[in-house]
Design a protein around this ligand. Structure first.
Ligand code: BTN
Length: 325
């Protein structure tokens, strides 16, 4: 990776023109090095306008993640988190899983401006682009074993919905087990990976990808209906503020989960459930399909579906759910 790419992108984040000469002077490099870095940024999918005589600029100003601003947004809960911010990384989840095994502390947060190999659930990839999404992972250590953590991913989804509602995005809903939808289009996803014993102490890496402002090219790479915050909110989108608020909500929900399990938040979760009471199509990994009526979620986070055999329980590994519209 070209070392100048991210320093230059930070400079261009103001949305104004910067001449190649000024940039070269600022970083004490040649104009050719600046040009190379701009090419490298474009190869990463960043759109940069280049106008002869004026220089380079981004299509619009961008707020970029920075540690101080996130800490400010965290307010009183600052001490509960330790933030590590990367310009570019393959996957914040993969990195934090490795770090978890090395013993990094509870509350470690790894965020990145760009993920080059973002991972989704069920072995899928998670597409994002520079400035387009908030991508981060949080390490949470539990005294209880991994077997007691069923429902954790639903709890994390609830923290995300609480945050989005706080921003005025009241149409954000949960799709079991933990996708966030707005009008049936995916706004955010959560990937939880566990580390530790089934009955001893355990740790969860909670990875969240939230679409902020997706360029058309990135949308084109995603094989399902997607949306982003910018399409629904008239306000400026500041990832530092969103990350701070989201971590606050996560801390609250995870404390609640540790004390009382998912059962304590089940009602609230169901009140935001996109398919509560509706008929859905269930897809099994072997390609089979089944229809059923969603009764709700059980205390341990499994999906309850009524069909001709009565009420059936499904865990997240077993099926994926599609609405009927
Ligand atoms: C899904 O909906 O399939 C889950 C998507 C999770 C994406 C996030 S982005 C930050 C973290 N790092 C990853 O590689 N994946 C998660």
């Amino acid at each position: 990776m070209n070392n100048l790419v991210f320093p230059i992108l930070r400079l261009l984040a103001d949305g104004r023109f910067h001449s190649g000469e000024d940039i070269a002077r600022q970083f004490s490099v040649t104009r050719a090095s600046v040009w190379n870095a701009i090419q490298a940024a474009e190869a990463l999918g960043v759109e940069i306008f280049s106008v002869r005589g004026r220089g380079y600029r981004l299509p619009e100003p961008l707020h970029l993640l920075n540690e101080q601003a996130v800490m400010l947004a965290l307010g009183d809960r600052q001490a509960r988190f330790k933030l590590e911010l990367f310009d570019s990384i393959e996957s914040t989840n993969s990195y934090l899983m490795q770090q978890a095994a090395l013993g990094v502390p509870h509350g470690t947060v790894v965020a990145a401006l760009l993920q080059t190999k973002g991972r989704g659930r069920r072995g899928r990839s998670w597409q994002s682009a520079f400035g387009a999404s908030l991508t981060f992972s949080l390490l949470w250590r539990f005294q209880m074993g991994a077997s007691a953590l069923s429902g954790l991913s639903l709890a994390a989804g609830l923290a995300l919905v609480r945050t989005l509602h706080q921003y005025g995005l009241r149409s954000a809903q949960l799709k079991w087990p933990n996708d966030i939808l707005v009008r049936e289009r995916k706004l955010a996803g959560i990937l939880i990976e566990l580390h530790g014993d089934m009955d001893g102490p355990s740790a969860a890496v909670i990875g969240i990808g939230l679409n902020l402002r997706l360029p058309a090219a990135t949308r084109g790479q995603i094989d399902q209906p997607v949306t982003d915050m910018a399409s629904h909110l008239p306000v400026e989108i500041n990832p530092n503020d969103i990350l701070g608020q989201l971590l606050n909500h996560l801390a609250q929900v995870l404390d609640e989960f540790e004390q009382s399990g998912f059962a304590a938040m089940r009602e609230e979760w169901q009140s935001h459930h996109a398919f509560q009471g509706e008929t859905v199509k269930l897809l099994f990994p072997d390609g089979r399909e089944q229809y059923g009526n969603v009764e709700g979620i059980a205390d341990d986070g499994v999906l309850l579906v009524r069909n001709e055999h009565g009420i059936q329980r499904f865990s997240s590994g077993e099926i994926s759910v599609r609405g009927m519209n």
